[in-house]
Each structure stands twice: as structure tokens, then as C-alpha cells.
Design a protein around this ligand. Structure first.
Ligand code: ZN
Length: 442
């Protein structure tokens, strides 16, 4: 009954047939886990949702008004919508998948991405940062989810990442030059300071919310170098300064320490992966407030996939087996050192919707569950520059709420079973089942 009422409300809201006063939804939470507000769980809280936003958080189970919708989560554990700071919604790894970009047309790729976006939202991730996809797909997905054309998380996107010629983000590595050409700034390839400035301005012109650079070699690209420093420090500084002129932050993919050092010194906001991070780099990041986005799940999954014969090309298999298993240990050390951490998984390198695994790996490495949840809520919103809208459930913030049926502080694996998802005040999942959302006719 409640479900059906909410579907009606959702339809009314989406069709723009909103009554003069925004619909109020009263959410009764048995327990509220909100690490950016309280270091301990809060029992019996009521979240009052008006339109897209939280209007109030009240102690106890408040009595709803006659016209209010009620969501009963009195037996459940509520949290702010989860945020994954490192996904690639444009694709998903599979055995021998290198040929896909030549085999799948852009419309087919877009339809697949629609499915990945839906899976991600229903897993409880109401916001994601997409840190690299070609051909404008992530930009289109951001528009589609924001407009309600498709069901997916709120997206902050990098567009295509920036790389040096032959670097991790150079998509032509390993292919015939007469077919794939020699890419330049328009394809995100940067060589020299003027080139770095131009490439940064091009991705911003296309609509990127942030800039992603590949500061060192990487695992899954068809080149032998997994860890070497790629950009010159002055190139990174030029990118950071250009991005800052436009109010954008820069994040750096990095496995090797020298590339990380250069990126942190040049002023990037975060380091992705951080595999071979030295003690000195950890200290520098702590001093400067540079976030680490650990992606332990990616490390584990590439090592697992590499064990399957023929999954990756031989040059990639070697790197995956070396680099993958190191990430969790580095994360543990960085956390103990006091490096700021923001939750990120690299979903797409493994199956979308399995982002929850990162919580398991973080706690396995010694981070308390409450801290792990903080990295996926408050810290992530801070790194996004979105603390006014996201990261906690407080009056004025966007109504992104998820719930699980058991206490995740006792059993973190329950994060696989997110049973309730609200984004922007709209319910997408109730009692573990996806809701049917009728898209608007815009
Ligand atoms: Zn990635």
C-alpha cells in the first residue's frame, strides 16, 4: 500500500503535477548511521523530506500529517546515499574485452551503460564520480540521469582522462597506427605545458566537472609500464592551475611513487589507487589534505581476472598480478598514517553493483566500519566540493537515503543487500525491490 502510494507521488512529482506545497515524505528510521553528524549510530530518527531535500531530522518517530507519505524503516538502518568516487559507467570488464571498442557501436555502448547506471543506483550508490570514458558517454549519462530519462546515480564526470603520448590513458597503445592514428589534445593526449593547458580547456568546454590525469603507468592499458612517472611536474601544475581557473579539481591516477609525488606537489585534490605510495608521500598528502581513493576492489579483481587464462593480454596479466595485491596493504598504511580517504572502487574494472565489496576490504585492512562509511559519505562529498548538498542527512541537503535490513556496524557484508534507495526525494527501491519509475516526457 505504502509502495503504491509512493509510486503515485513519484509519478506526480516527475510529471510536474506538483501541488502548490511540495509533497512531504516522513521517513521513520530505526537507526540512523550518519558519520558526518555523529560518531555513533542514532536510534529512532525521523527524516522529513520535502521535494528533493531534507527539511528536518527529528528525534523519535514523528507523527505524520494527514497528507504526508510515510516510509516505514523502523526495523532498518538508514544512512546517507553512498558515494563512489571512482567508477567507469561506460563499460565493464570481460574476458578478451579489448575488441569491444571496435565491435560495439556507440548506441550499443550507451544502452549497456544505462544498465550499469541503474545497477549502481539500486546498489545504494546515489552519487558517483566517473573518472574516465571516451566519446562523451559519461557526459551523456550525466544528462540522462539528471533529467530522469534513465534510472541512475547523480554523476560528476571527468569526460576523457588526460595522458601523455603512449601513457596509460592513450587509447591507441598497442593498435595499428594507420588505423587508430596519432591522438592529440582533443583526444586528451598532452605533451608539454601549452598542450596541457589546451587539453584541460577542451575537456572543460565539453562539460567535465573535474579533470582526471594518468600520472603514472596503469594496469589495464596495452603498454608495459605499470608504475613509471608520466607527466612532467610542470605539465601537471599547468593542468591544476587551468582547472582551478574554471573552478575544477584534478585527480590523478597513480601507481608509482614518483608520479604521485609530482602530482601531489603540483596540487591535485586526490590520488587514485596509490599502490606503491611511500611514507614520504603519505606525510605530504596528510599535510596538504590530498585524498587517497583506494580502489582495493579493483586491485583484488584484476589479480583474480589475471588468473583466468586469456582474460587479459599477456602484457596486462603480468602487471595485474604484480600491482593488484599491493593496494590493500598500502591503504592500511595510509589510513594509519592519517591520509584523508575517500571511498572509490573502480567499478567497471569489475562488475557494476559490487561496489559494496570495498567496505569489506577496508574493514578487513583495519578501518572501523563507521570510518569506512564516513569515506563514502562525508569525505566523498568534501572531495566533490558538495558538502552543501551531499554527505550527511541534515536540513537543506538533498534527500539521498539508503537503508539496510541489519546492523552494518556488526556485519559489513549486509551492504550487499541495500533494501531502500531514495535519491533527490524519489524512492527507487523499497523492501529490496526496484520501483517502477515512469520517466517524464521531456
Ligand atoms: Zn579507473
Amino acid at each position: 500500500m505504502v509502495n503504491r502510494l509512493i509510486v503515485c507521488v513519484v509519478m506526480l512529482l516527475m510529471l510536474g503535477a506538483m501541488p502548490a506545497q511540495a509533497q512531504r515524505t516522513v521517513v521513520h528510521c530505526g537507526t540512523l548511521i550518519d558519520p558526518g553528524v555523529s560518531a555513533t549510530p542514532m536510534t529512532q530518527r525521523t527524516l522529513i523530506v520535502e521535494g528533493q531535500r531534507v527539511a528536518a531530522v527529528e528525534e523519535g518517530f514523528s507523527t505524520p500529517g494527514a497528507t504526508d507519505q510515510v516510509v516505514d524503516l523502523r526495523e532498518a538502518y538508514c544512512m546517507p546515499g553512498l558515494i563512489d568516487m571512482h567508477v567507469h559507467l561506460s563499460g565493464e570488464s570481460r574476458k578478451g574485452g579489448y575488441i569491444d571498442r571496435f565491435r560495439l557501436s556507440p548506441p550499443v555502448q550507451a544502452l549497456k551503460a544505462n544498465q550499469y547506471a541503474r545497477t549502481t543506483l539500486l546498489a545504494g550508490f546515489t552519487t558517483v564520480r566517473d573518472v574516465g570514458s571516451g566519446e562523451g558517454l559519461s557526459l551523456a549519462l550525466r544528462q540522462a540521469t539528471a533529467s530522469g530519462w534513465i534510472t541512475g546515480p547523480r554523476m560528476f564526470v571527468a569526460g576523457n582522462s588526460l595522458s601523455i603520448s603512449g601513457g596509460h590513458g592513450d587509447g591507441t597503445n598497442g593498435y595499428r597506427e594507420d588505423i587508430v592514428g596519432v591522438p592529440g589534445e582533443a583526444e586528451g593526449i598532452v605533451d608539454g605545458v601549452p598542450s596541457a593547458i589546451r587539453a584541460t580547456r577542451i575537456v572543460i568546454k565539453r562539460g567535465a566537472d573535474l579533470i582526471k590525469i594518468t600520472a603514472t603507468g596503469g594496469v589495464l592499458s596495452l603498454q608495459g609500464d605499470g608504475t613509471g612517472a608520466h607527466f612532467k611536474e610542470e605539465e601537471i601544475r599547468a593542468i591544476v592551475e587551468t582547472a582551478r581557473d574554471h573552478g575544477r579539481k584534478v585527480t590523478a591516477h597513480a601507481h608509482g611513487d614518483e608520479g604521485m609525488q609530482r602530482a601531489v606537489r603540483a596540487g591535485v585534490a586526490s590520488i587514485e589507487h596509490g599502490t606503491y605510495m611511500s611514507e614520504a608521500t603519505m606525510q605530504l598528502m596528510k599535510e596538504r589534505g590530498t585524498y587517497l581513493v583506494p580502489t582495493i576492489t579493483a586491485g583484488k579483481s584484476v589479480a583474480d581476472s589475471a588468473a583466468i587464462a586469456g582474460y587479459y593480454a599477456p602484457v596486462v596479466t603480468k602487471k595485474a598480478l604484480e600491482v593488484g595485491p599491493v593496494m590493500q596493504g598500502t591503504f592500511a598504511k595510509a589510513y594509519r598514517t592519517g591520509v584523508p580517504i575517500a571511498f572509490g572502487t573502480d567499478a567497471g574494472v569489475f562488475r557494476h553493483g559490487r561496489n559494496w565489496k570495498e567496505f569489506v576490504y577496508m574493514t578487513e585492512a583495519g578501518m572501523p566500519p563507521m570510518e569506512a562509511f564516513r569515506t563514502a559519505t562525508y569525505n566523498a562529498a568534501d572531495l566533490l566540493g558538495q558538502l552543501d548538498n551531499l554527505g550527511t542527512l541534515e536540513a537543506g541537503k538533498l534527500a539521498d537515503i539508503v537503508a539496510v535490513p541489519r546492523n552494518p556496524l556488526d556485519d559489513i557484508a549486509v551492504m550487499e543487500n541495500v533494501s531502500f534507495v531514495m535519491k533527490d526525494g524519489i524512492v527507487y527501491k523499497m523492501d529490496g525491490a526496484p520501483m517502477v519509475i515512469v520517466p517524464p516526457s521531456r
